[in-house]
Ligand binder design. Structure first.
Ligand code: ZN
Length: 474
């Protein structure tokens, strides 16, 4: 079958990957063309036969973003409930109360994910790592979305909760961990066999503190045997750090290292509470160096932490030490451009005048940093031979004016509002700002109905999660 060739003709701006410099660069007034799923021209003039031509006038062409850490089954349905818990007792006890009361069934998970996948596409994300507990219809929904996906079915040995917010309690049931591991093994294999060809798998023991050492060790072995990347949540809370220190007399990061968990294909969400964090009463300063030395990636998702009044200290120090950073959303909104903006702003807040981050470093993290962990040199960049995962911005939109430096304007001002079109694997998934693969307005109505259905079954919901303003009688 002849190849379908699409060409964006004379794009005003291109964020191209310069192979020799090893960085993203601007190019002006050139073509971006792809045959089927692969780019054949980035910049300059494409002289080959074209099946579809798109005017690049007043357009910026950018590589699609990679959301390295998201939970679409959970986060969109929590909208309006969880944003303002803060951390009155240093840990998310208020949110925990909500999570123990607002229990989703698989219909609610599905509605949340369907909304969330559309939300990510509309915001210029083309690849995601979907960390979910397996649910019916998962792969079919991902396939329908058109996204490129690393499927990470999470498993763990213990249920956890907190009464005081100071200490995490666990109900270890290793057999359940085994059963969930077995299920994850089969879901991962199914994802890799999927005819869409856009799915890969990630080995995802859910949290460092909820898995038995045996389960973590088996996860390391599975990842090594299959070549899949390896993930866990670790160093993500004050209480987790202290609990792991009591359990093992080591930091969470050091303990994972002792299990051979760290490495070039390993990613930790979120490595905030390392021995570098100023709250930690711990004598060493070794965790960041350990992450750098082993080539471990950190999934940095600042919004969810900032809502609790916490932040990573500090991103520039991690980067300067050589830690590979990738960016994820972890909560709603699942908007990578807003997450990049907050990551850059908070890195400056945490570092003060010694800050060393920049828009370019954060954009690199959200594209190349993520691709490195995923073991791919053909995503997160616009270069000949790379996948046609592409985002177009309409530069004529008022949000994009004045236009001295479009990436800065996108990250610090416009975010996704000027996105006109998105392509994944050469296929169009967003056109004229509208998601084409999922009926997002309909998905939003379905999600609202599911949120109401689950919420109606929770006694005292307004006491658990009060409204932001008092409600008076009409
Ligand atoms: Zn997470």
């Amino acid at each position: 079958m002849p190849q379908a060739v699409t060409c964006i003709r004379d794009a005003s701006w291109i964020i191209a990957w310069d192979v020799s410099r090893g960085e993203h660069v601007y190019r002006r007034d050139g073509d971006v063309a792809w045959a089927d799923d692969r780019l054949v021209q980035v910049g300059g003039h494409y002289g080959g036969t074209v099946t579809r031509e798109i005017s690049g006038r007043d357009r910026l062409v950018m590589p699609g973003l990679i959301d390295i850490h998201c939970h679409p089954t959970q986060t969109p349905i929590f909208k309006g409930f969880v944003e303002e818990y803060g951390n009155p007792r240093l840990f998310f006890s208020g949110r925990q109360h909500f999570r123990q009361s607002f229990i989703q069934d698989s219909a609610a998970q599905y509605a949340s994910a369907r909304y969330g996948l559309a939300e990510m596409l509309a915001a210029g994300t083309t690849t995601i790592v979907d960390l979910s507990h397996a649910y019916p219809g998962w792969l079919d929904l991902l396939s329908q979305s058109g996204l490129r996906v690393w499927v990470g079915p999470m498993f763990r040995s213990a249920r956890w909760w907190t009464d005081t917010g100071q200490e995490i309690k666990y109900d270890f049931a290793p057999d359940l961990g085994r059963a969930a591991f077995a299920e994850a093994v089969s879901v991962m294999a199914e994802a890799e066999r999927h005819p869409s060809g856009r799915f890969s798998a990630m080995v995802a023991p859910a949290q460092v503190d909820t898995c038995t050492p045996e389960l973590l060790i088996d996860s390391v072995r599975l990842a090594k045997d299959t070549g899949r990347p390896l993930f866990t949540h670790a160093a993500q809370s004050y209480a987790e750090f202290n609990g792991m220190a009591r359990r093992h007399d080591m930091t969470s990061v050091a303990w994972l290292h002792s299990l051979d968990f760290l490495g070039e294909r390993t990613i930790l969400g979120h490595a905030v509470f390392t021995d570098e964090h100023p709250w930690m009463q711990w004598p060493t300063r070794e965790d960041i160096e350990l992450l750098a030395k082993t080539g471990t990636t950190v999934a940095h998702c600042p919004t969810v932490f900032a809502r609790d009044g916490t932040l990573l200290h500090h991103l520039g120090a991690y980067m300067d030490a050589g830690v590979n950073i990738a960016i994820g959303t972890d909560t709603h909104p699942q908007n990578m451009l807003e997450e990049i903006r907050l990551a850059e702003t908070l890195a400056r807040v945490a570092a003060g005048t010694r800050h060393t981050t920049s828009t370019a470093r954060l954009f690199h993290a959200a594209t190349i940093g993520a691709a490195k962990l995923l073991g791919r040199d053909d995503i997160g960049r616009l270069a000949e031979g790379a996948k046609a995962d592409i985002v177009l911005f309409d530069l004529a939109r008022p949000e994009m004016q004045p236009l001295r430096d479009p990436l800065r304007t996108i990250v610090h001002s416009a975010a996704e509002r000027a996105i006109s079109d998105v392509f994944v694997d050469g296929h169009q998934v967003v056109g004229e700002g509208r998601v084409l693969t999922i009926d997002w307005p309909q998905a939003a109505r379905a999600l609202a109905a599911e949120q109401k259905r689950i919420g109606d079954g929770v006694a005292d919901l307004d006491a658990i999660a009060p409204l932001s303003l008092p409600m008076l009688a009409s």
